[in-house]
Write a new protein. Structure first.
Length: 107
């Protein structure tokens, strides 16, 4: 492989990683059926999800402003807690592209 081709690939890879939007997708952990952190996290998140669904299904037309504000704050805190409990690994699009390019070049 000549140097010009390598430099072109490196420049394109660099531009893609710099200009690619910061989109990340979770990679789910594969559970082997044991009582690992995946199941514990799932059972801990269920009540939070249930509460979010209850708030969503509420008739909020009869609530006062302060009650609505309290509900919004509760939803925000539940979402923060769920985000903190998530145990997924996130890869950005740029990282995936770099990994693919390295695999292509090395193999």
């Amino acid at each position: 492989m000549n140097v010009k081709r390598f430099l072109r690939i490196a420049v394109v890879a660099g531009m893609i990683t710099v200009t690619a939007p910061a989109i990340a997708s979770p990679i789910e952990a594969v559970s082997d059926g044991t009582n690992g952190p995946g199941k514990e996290g799932q059972t801990a998140v269920q009540p939070l999800l249930q509460r979010l669904y209850e708030i969503k299904d509420m008739d909020k037309s009869h609530l006062t402003r302060s009650e609505k504000r309290d509900l919004r704050n509760e939803v925000k805190s539940i979402k923060k807690e769920m985000k903190a409990r998530s145990q997924g690994v996130y890869l950005s699009v740029g990282a995936i592209i770099i990994i693919v390019l390295l695999l292509i070049l090395l193999l």
